[in-house]
Write a protein that binds this ligand. Structure first.
Ligand code: HEC
Ligand code: HEC
Ligand code: HEC
Ligand code: HEC
Ligand code: HEC
Ligand code: HEC
Ligand code: HEC
Ligand code: HEC
Length: 445
């Protein structure tokens, strides 16, 4: 390991000391010049060596804005960190070299770097106020975020060429290739007129940084490829029923969306962290496993999804999750399928989860104008394929108030106290929480 690191440093010294590499505009075309960081018009641009001393006048995009030649730059003493970076590669959830620029300040960056949530960029929710990456990883405003320390130790245990000093952001982004989507447009959503590709797959990482390509830009790397013979249906853009994620065009089959399940499952198919099974028969119904909805068993689903395709849909992780962090638990997006969640999801042990589900499924209000928002009697007791008869209410609802009875099952009064959704609905779930004689054994996620 030490030898390998030494070798990398030698390569790095050599590259940085070569005058040709100090002027990035003279580097021949390649992934770096096509990247957001290497762009000579809007790429990396640092204004200080150490937070105090002014930075010399290197052109935008020059490697030296991130990497420092040992000992001095134009006479100023520098104290380079790992990989000769101007600041420690990783310190904590809210501190490390990437946050020195991606924090919407000019402490290090010559002009503030503004970034957005996935709900903003892909969902088109352009009134979201989150405007930098540091914020997304900070609690509050986020209440859940990808744990960078856990990611750093996880990638070091895989045979992907990372070490225990690797930058956890670099698990998902190649700093020498990552592109803006859109580029150089802090305040606009993705657009089909100009696309870029920000992520790289961790399992394809190579320490020859130019050999580690982007993910999503090539053939075979789109959501339509992942769905294969099944169907990916793009959710609506915010406030629209005619434009779709991720780029606001009317493409709906995921041929313009990065295959995120394959990307996320590089890590999340490992049982040492949260394990998600998005594949066939044993997996999730939101993944490749078919919903029970066939024949007269209907999905209780909202547009643009339709019953006609019930059992064939496969979703992208990013239809429900932010990639960095969010003001909901488990990085649940605030904007899903065209509108904002009607309430927060701030507990993993409650019925607030229903605010997410109702973005795509029929709650009692969707079913009838006299029904309540985030009440779920219709789906569980009244729909054509309802799972539960309305009898022996207290077996599931506990003792409680009499409530509306829709007559879907055996009739009778009593019960109706709301039940925590998470007893039965989470990745990999069935309804084994219910009393043995009443459970259906159906997959419930
Ligand atoms: C688990 C993987 C993962 C990690 C870790 C991660 N990101 Fe991301 N990042 C993503 C994904 C996915 C996107 C959205 C890609 C898309 O829109 O196609 C994204 C988007 C971005 C964007 C573009 C945001 C915009 O304005 O559109 C930036 C900048 C970024 N990440 C920086 C970082 C930084 C800095 C870190 C570390 C603090 C980090 N990321 C950690 C997966 C990750
Ligand atoms: C946005 C900041 C940034 C810029 C600009 C940048 N690098 Fe890097 N570079 C990094 C980071 C961060 C690492 C450490 C990656 C890790 O932790 O795995 C790194 C690592 C490296 C390495 C070690 C091998 C590897 O990929 O892990 C080399 C060599 C390198 N950079 C060369 C360059 C050259 C040459 C340029 C200009 C053409 C450049 N870098 C521009 C951030 C940058
Ligand atoms: C020296 C300042 C600086 C540092 C350090 C830096 N970035 Fe950036 N980054 C930028 C700038 C400037 C852009 C281009 C912003 C734009 O598109 O207008 C950018 C763009 C990006 C993009 C493309 C999305 C976008 O907003 O255009 C990603 C992804 C990204 N950076 C990730 C990282 C990661 C990961 C690190 C740490 C390894 C890092 N950056 C470190 C300045 C920096
Ligand atoms: C580089 C590896 C890696 C990739 C890629 C990755 N994750 Fe994670 N993810 C982790 C680790 C590590 C944790 C923390 C797990 C733990 O501590 O048990 C985590 C945790 C999570 C959590 C739980 C957060 C919480 O509040 O507990 C969610 C949700 C999540 N990831 C979603 C995603 C999604 C969606 C993607 C793809 C866009 C993704 N992950 C890609 C490594 C990864
Ligand atoms: C982004 C849209 C979306 C969201 C949000 C969503 N679902 Fe779904 N759900 C679907 C689609 C589409 C299907 C059909 C999958 C198929 O065809 O195999 C489905 C299927 C299901 C099924 C299987 C139904 C059957 O007949 O087998 C269950 C159960 C389910 N969802 C529960 C939930 C719960 C609980 C939530 C909230 C935590 C939720 N869903 C959130 C889109 C969504
Ligand atoms: C239909 C919406 C939806 C989709 C699509 C979705 N998730 Fe989730 N995910 C959730 C919800 C809701 C929770 C929280 C469940 C709970 O409270 O325990 C969750 C929780 C998680 C967690 C935390 C651990 C756990 O099991 O609860 C991880 C990790 C995760 N999701 C990763 C993924 C990945 C990876 C994908 C794509 C392969 C994905 N999710 C697709 C809704 C979704
Ligand atoms: C096998 C378990 C089970 C039994 C038995 C059962 N229910 Fe339910 N019921 C559910 C589930 C699951 C939900 C959906 C979660 C929720 O809304 O609380 C639900 C929802 C409801 C709701 C909507 C509550 C809300 O505001 O969301 C009413 C009303 C209701 N049931 C009435 C009854 C009555 C009355 C009985 C007895 C005559 C009964 N249920 C028996 C499982 C059961
Ligand atoms: C006792 C277990 C249980 C609880 C608790 C429960 N559900 Fe369900 N839910 C089920 C079962 C079983 C199905 C039917 C799955 C199927 O059709 O294969 C279902 C179906 C659903 C569906 C999919 C409807 C469709 O066919 O498209 C949604 C959405 C849903 N539930 C939401 C909720 C919400 C929100 C809560 C909490 C307020 C909740 N459920 C509580 C067992 C439960």
């Amino acid at each position: 390991m030490r030898d390998r690191k030494k070798m990398l440093l030698i390569v790095l010294y050599t590259l940085l000391l070569l005058p040709a590499f100090l002027r990035v505009d003279s580097v021949s075309a390649g992934p770096y010049l096509d990247s957001a960081h290497g762009d000579i018009l809007y790429g990396v641009d640092r204004n200080t060596i150490d937070g105090v001393t002014p930075f010399p006048d290197y052109s935008k995009g020059n490697c030296a804005h991130c990497h420092e030649q040992h000992a001095s730059i134009e006479g100023q003493t520098t104290a380079p960190s790992d990989y000769l970076l101007f600041y420690d590669n990783y310190i904590s959830q809210t501190d490390g070299v990437c946050f020195k620029c991606h924090d919407n300040t000019t402490t290090y960056a010559a002009s503030a770097v503004v970034n957005r949530s996935y709900s903003f960029r892909a969902g088109g929710w352009t009134t979201d106020t989150l405007n930098d990456i540091l914020e997304a990883f900070t609690d509050p405003p986020s209440i859940s975020s990808h744990n960078l320390g856990n990611i750093q130790s996880f990638i070091a245990t895989q045979s992907w060429g990372f070490t225990s000093n690797s930058n956890p952001c670099v698990a998902c982004h190649n700093p020498h290739s990552a592109q803006g989507d859109p580029e150089n447009s802090p305040n606009t959503a993705k657009t089909s007129a100009s696309r870029g590709w920000p992520v790289s797959r961790p399992s394809l990482h190579s320490t020859d940084n130019l050999a580690w390509g982007l993910w999503g830009d090539g053939t075979g790397e789109k959501m339509s490829d992942y769905a294969g013979a099944l169907i990916y249906q793009a959710p609506y853009r915010y406030n629209s029923t005619t434009t779709f994620e991720p780029d606001g065009s009317n493409t709906q089959n995921g041929s313009n969306l990065t295959d995120f399940p394959t990307f996320c499952l590089d890590c999340h198919s490992n049982s040492s962290i949260d394990f998600i099974d998005w594949y066939a028969a044993t997996g999730d119904k939101h993944g490749k496993m078919a919903a029970d909805a066939t024949g007269s068993n209907y999905l209780d689903i909202d547009t643009p999804y339709t019953n006609a395709n019930g059992g064939q849909y496969v979703l992208s992780c990013t239809d429900c999750h932010e990639p960095h962090g969010s003001p909901n638990t488990r990085m649940i997006r605030k904007e899903v399928n065209g509108s904002l969640l009607a309430g927060p999801v701030t507990t993993t042990n409650g019925r607030e989860t229903g605010y997410l589900c109702r973005q795509c499924h029929t709650d009692d209000r969707d079913y009838s104008s006299s029904g309540s928002v985030n009440s779920w009697e219709y789906v569980h007791h009244c729909a054509p394929d309802y799972p539960y008869s309305q009898s022996s209410c207290s077996n599931c609802h506990g003792a409680g108030l009499a409530r509306v009875v829709c007559g879907g099952g055996g009739g009778g009064g009593g019960g109706g106290q709301p039940i925590d959704c998470n007893n039965c609905h989470f990745h990999g779930s069935d309804d084994s929480w219910a009393p043995a004689s009443l459970r259906t054994g159906r997959g419930t996620f």
